[in-house]
Design a protein around this ligand. Structure first.
Ligand SMILES: [Zn+2]
Length: 323
């Protein structure tokens, strides 16, 4: 079974051994302390929220820090900002669930986008390699959109890449071999039914919850191995990705720290289902600290069958629609 490619990536990028959990926790706490300090001095929102808080001495202390929400983001996105508007490369506007909330706006610096690109490149190594041919069904026309970034990452890995909407995907299957398909679950599902019996080796599904029935049906249509991914714009698009064991999605722990909380907002231990709360450890433009995702899930720190000790999100259930 192929081990997740994230261990090697994190080791080479940060000289961090992900099997040494105490070292990972120390790294994350160090990042959190410097992020809280940075955000407090650079953003209006965090200056207000952390007015009476000292830098956290432990993860337990951090679990009592104020949380941020989609509603905060919808109502005062600019207050999250830690840099001037001139340093922003891309702004993503997201519809919030319900009709009364304004749209959410997520800001990225060039450096923030490069972090996503790096995760895409190294996270995808579990699924594909040089010489493979990939079909990307994510929107890719806008520069730095998820499809455009994934295309760049896969080309860096030595793949041949096509980007298409589901309507044009059938033509691509008629013209060439497709080894890898990446896209939102429902779009992949649609294309699989148009191209049944075309062999596809691996599929990366993201943006939507992938049901067990959909997974089985994709394997039936294409004979493909299916890899699920969890992420949202606020996590920098990428978040966590399955390995060959298919027992949950390994978190990009060098860039993100996930917690789960109970309905009353108190921290839950790993292994219990709760709302996922995320902290972006390395973003500079608009960092999210203890941001409530609106998704429920279970995180485990048990060793994966692939051999990795990187924490995994076992499953996700959407509470609100995440664009
Ligand atoms: Zn694994």
């Amino acid at each position: 079974m192929k081990r997740t490619s994230l261990d090697q990536w994190i080791k080479s990028k940060h000289d961090l051994d992900t099997s040494d959990r105490s070292a990972v926790e120390q790294y994350q706490l160090r990042r959190i302390r410097s992020l809280c300090d940075y955000a407090h001095s650079h953003s209006k929102l965090y200056a207000r929220l952390y007015h009476n808080f000292d830098l956290p001495e432990s993860m337990e202390a951090f679990s009592h820090f104020p949380m941020t929400t989609a509603s905060d983001l919808a109502q005062r996105a600019h207050e999250f900002l830690c840099v001037s508007q001139s340093e922003i490369t891309r702004i993503v506007t997201l519809q919030t669930s319900g009709t009364t909330q304004p749209s959410k706006r997520v800001y990225f610096t060039r450096q923030d986008i490069d972090l996503t690109l790096d995760f895409f490149e190294h996270g995808m190594k579990t699924l594909c390699g040089p010489g493979d041919s990939a079909l990307i069904l994510f929107p890719a026309k806008t520069p730095d959109s998820v499809g455009a970034l994934l295309a760049i990452a896969l080309e860096k890995l030595g793949l041949t890449v096509c980007c298409a909407t589901p309507e044009y995907a059938e033509d691509i299957f008629q013209k060439q071999t497709v080894d890898i398909v990446c896209g939102p679950a429902s779009w992949i599902f649609k294309v699989a039914h148009q191209t049944t019996d075309c062999p596809v080796r691996n599929v990366l599904s993201s943006s939507e919850v992938l049901s067990e029935d959909m997974r089985a049906e994709l394997t039936r249509c294409w004979g493909a191995e299916i890899f699920d991914h969890y992420g949202m714009t606020e996590t920098g698009l990428g978040g966590a990705v399955e390995c060959g064991a298919h027992q949950g999605m390994h978190i990009r722990e060098n860039d993100l720290y996930f917690e789960t909380i109970a309905l009353d907002g108190s921290a839950l231990p790993d292994g219990e289902e709760g709302e996922l709360v995320v902290t972006t450890l390395t973003r500079t433009g608009m960092p999210f600290i203890r941001y409530r995702t609106g998704d429920r899930g279970v995180i485990t720190r048990e060793r994966c069958s692939c051999g990795s000790l990187i924490r995994r999100i076992l499953y996700v259930r959407r509470i609100e629609a995440v664009p």
